[in-house]
Design a protein around this ligand. Structure first.
Ligand code: CAA
Length: 253
């Protein structure tokens, strides 16, 4: 059970999928959790699930790529839940297409959410971590960072997050703040369901096909990623920083 004095965590893109599972896991670990998504209403179901399990959470609507909205969100979280000392930059979007068909807008929106979003959230939240002399930042990369056909925009953003993470680790380490990156492989979520639908494949056979190429012979679940976030945010992981861990059921993307 989280107490009013519990450390506060922020998870972005936490209405569904990996973000929702991570928010619930961190609440189970004893954090009070700010559940950020584009619309506050969309974040409510995750908050209700946390509260039903005896945890403490706050739904916050914000576009993580908008500096004013980010500052307002972090200020509100600090006032209503307490100063945030954990930040999980999970919010993400895909706009898959072959390079010659990626529009300017589809390039920009992917950079806006992943890169500008993680930058703005980290810049706003780090102050509270520095004050507390303790913090954990976890950025969600992807196996796509290694290159993936149809994802020049997404792969660029996810590779960028790895360099961002390592730099935060170097700058913030002396203040007790670690920064690490998780690169998920194929995880069964609304995002991968939408991909299957877009390319005209039935979900179950699509999952089976993907699982057949994964050494542990199954699709990943949001909880697989939440578990890894939990490790990085734990007290005992204070000497682990600037790392990228591929959570993909095997060594390759
Ligand atoms: N100039 C002109 N033509 C070109 C060209 C260029 N530079 N490059 C390729 N082409 C042509 C090809 O020759 C081909 O032409 P033909 O059909 O005449 O042979 C055509 O463009 C491309 O046709 P395709 O049918 O191969 O491709 P498509 O445009 O229909 O779509 C795709 C390809 C974008 C890759 C699509 O299949 C797709 O979106 N696949 C899924 C991508 C994916 O894996 N996404 C991951 C989602 S999960 C996730 O993101 C979570 C995570 O973190 C892992």
């Amino acid at each position: 059970m989280s107490q009013p004095t519990a450390r506060v965590a922020i998870v972005t893109g936490a209405a569904r999928g990996i973000g929702a599972a991570t928010a619930q896991r961190l609440a189970g670990d004893g954090f009070a959790v700010a559940v950020i998504d584009l619309k506050e209403d969309d974040a409510r179901a995750t908050v209700e699930a946390i509260e039903a399990a005896g945890g403490r959470a706050l739904a916050v609507g914000a576009d993580v790529g908008d500096a004013d909205q980010v500052q307002a969100a972090v200020d509100r979280i600090a006032a209503e839940l307490g100063p945030p000392v954990v930040l999980v930059n999970n919010a993400g979007v895909t706009r898959d297409n072959m390079l010659f068909k990626i529009s300017d807008a589809d390039w920009d929106v992917v950079m806006h959410v992943h890169l500008r979003g993680s930058f703005l959230m980290s810049r706003a939240a780090q102050k509270h971590m520095i004050d507390a002399k303790w913090g954990r930042i976890v950025n969600l990369s992807s196996t796509s960072a290694l290159g993936n056909r149809g994802q020049a925009n997404y792969a660029t953003a996810k590779a960028g997050l790895q360099g961002f993470t390592k730099t935060l680790a170097i700058e913030l380490g002396k203040f007790g703040v670690t920064a690490n990156c998780i690169a998920p492989g194929f995880i069964a979520t609304d995002m991968t369901k939408a991909t299957a639908e877009r390319i005209g494949e039935e979900w179950e056979p699509y999952v089976a096909k993907r699982a057949a190429a994964i050494p542990v012979a199954r699709a990943g679940q949001p909880e697989d990623i939440a578990h890894t976030v939990s490790f990085f945010c734990s007290e005992g992981a204070g000497f682990v920083s600037g790392q990228v861990i591929y959570v993909a059921g095997g060594p390759k993307a």
